[in-house]
Design a protein around this ligand. Structure first.
Ligand code: HEC
Length: 189
């Protein structure tokens, strides 16, 4: 909310400045083309979502190659190739966040995405593993969570199914990052 107020007062400030310092007609045109207060236009909303996704580390865990030092730009956010093992719980892989219907979020609504990001609950009721930082994202404003969802929905759909999740006794077929205890007997979850 504060960010929104700041953004609104900034654009109003810019408009006032433009009006004073340039020839009349042009400044009025500029002021009119700005989104009205409290209603960011769709392009602004998607750009804000892109900014928050970069900042939120979503690329790290949801883009193949990222943990190997060479993220694949052609499959950005289409799912990781490295799983996270949580001792005693299983192995979880950052999923495909592009709107592909079969392997990504194509069948999720905007609200489904916001709910998963902020409460960890998938549409099928499964709670996402805590390596997905939804407890931190719970503090996002509704407007920011919505911007993230709008950005994800705007991505080109990429078909790529991530493996898993694997149970604690299942054998994974991908690289895994693991939490271990000093004596090697970690049991957590
Ligand atoms: C530290 C790694 C990490 C970060 C950072 C991260 N995620 Fe995730 N995310 C995961 C993992 C792992 C899963 C799968 C968890 C599971 O299956 O229980 C997941 C699952 C999800 C899901 C559920 C998708 C599905 O098909 O079930 C969504 C939506 C999601 N993440 C969105 C995001 C967004 C948006 C961001 C950034 C704002 C983000 N994630 C940042 C690791 C991460």
């Amino acid at each position: 909310m504060l960010a929104m107020l700041l953004a609104v007062s900034t654009s109003a400030g810019v408009a006032a400045w433009a009006f004073q310092s340039t020839a009349t007609g042009h400044a009025e045109e500029q002021a009119q083309s700005m989104p009205s207060a409290g209603e960011p236009n769709a392009a602004d909303q998607i750009e804000r979502g892109r900014y928050l996704v970069n900042l939120g580390g979503c690329n790290d865990c949801h883009t193949p190659g990222y943990f190997l030092g060479k993220p694949d730009p052609s499959r950005r956010l289409a799912g990781s190739d490295v799983g996270f093992e949580i001792p005693g719980t299983g192995i979880f892989v950052g999923s495909n966040l592009t709107p592909d219907r079969d392997t990504g979020l194509g069948n999720w609504t905007r609200e489904d995405i916001m709910t998963a990001v902020q409460t960890g609950v998938r549409p099928d009721g499964r709670i996402l593993a805590p390596i997905m930082p939804w407890r931190a994202f719970a503090e996002l404003t509704k407007s920011d969570a919505g911007a993230i969802a709008d950005y994800l929905i705007s991505l080109p759909p990429i078909s790529q199914k991530v493996p898993g999740p694997f149970g604690p006794d299942e054998k994974p077929n991908l690289l895994v990052m693991k939490v271990t205890a000093p004596d090697g007997s970690a049991e957590g979850g």
